[in-house]
Design a protein around this ligand. Sequence first.
Ligand code: HAM
Length: 413
Amino acid sequence: MIQKPKGTKDLLPNESYKWQDVEEKIQILFESYNFKEIRVPVFEHTELFLRGVGETTDVVQKEMYTFDDKGGRSISLRPEGTAGVVRAYLENGMGSLPSPTKLWYNMAMYRYENVQKGRLREFHQIGAELIGSSSYLADVDTILMANNIFKVLNIPNIKLNINSIGCPKCRAEYQKVLKDFIGKNLDQYCDTCKTRFDKNPMRILDCKEKRCKELNVGAPRMIDYLCDECKGHFEKVKQSLRDNNVDFEIDSTIVRGLDYYTKTVFEFIDGNSGLTVLGGGRYDGLVEEFGGPSTPAVGFATGVERLMEIYNSYNPNIEDDVPDLYILAIGELANKKSFEISEKLRVDGYIIEKDIMERSFNSQMKFASKISSKMLLVIGDDEINSNKAKIKNMKTGEETEIELNIESIKKLL
Ligand code: HAM
């Protein structure tokens, strides 16, 4: 038997209704901030991610699903959403719309990762990108919206960590001191870190190798080298978060795994598992990197599989919808009537189950009970002839005799 590829998941009906529940709550929340949905292709030209996410990131260097298509173009499955959304923003001239542009998405992402708890190769992100504002107010609005995801889902015990990783101006200065620090022990770092030393020394701080982590202890911190503008911006973000009663901690070790970030970066951590459930930040250089005009932006994405784990642990009793009515039909005329009734009620939004197996009376009764139908309508030749039938409330056992027509049935549903 062929099995699913490693790092992928089947979403079965016993879980999919919970996903829908969460997706709907988040969509309503995003719409309350006037964000609009965008959907972009699953695959893009590899070049987009090289330039957007960064050539020296793990995501691009080690984790991307890249292949040549039949026309010889290098194509990659999207490892994240921001690059594609920004490409679409530019390509579709969205910059000429009233600014800021607020976009959200719910899309599958692909990363060839070492599979472990909370780390899949196909996973889903619900994200938001606010394009066009350089103000600290946009950072705060975005973080508040992210924070509210956990409120609308009744998820406590989530920690917010924030940091500032500055702008290209102050980062140049910082990179010099960082290189001085790392350079002293460069020969002891892993090969990947060595290759990143010249191109992107900050990436070395994000290395997962135990030895590299040890060597990084005591490294200079970006936050101590912020220029006046970045420092001022960060101060305002922090103050405004306090004004809005949002608890946070400064974590000067957050560098994020993608290269486009500038200034504010943030992560929401699950207090129980320690997993990062949502990550984001400002990326003021990305639109320009893709050939557009200088345009500031800020956004985030939450990993839906991780979010669902936590949601389920706090909301164990959420139940799926059950049929409003099971129509038990015996005989040809009854089957005709059953179609007539079910078709009308389904179009009106009721969940209707009926016999399509030509089962016996008893088997149909058993089935109606197994699928937890709320009500049961029995139709046989007698009911057709008298145009009267019994509807049973499956929970209380109460039976009501009704005229066999839609209006009478609806009154009891
Ligand atoms: P990211 O931190 O790479 O950011 O991913 C965001 C979230 O996606 C993570 O916090 C995690 O919950 C989930 N995630 C990442 N990788 C995996 C995986 N292999 N398996 C399961 N879940 C995973 C971004 O992707 C940015 N595009 C976020 C952003 C939007 N920044 C600005 N705008």
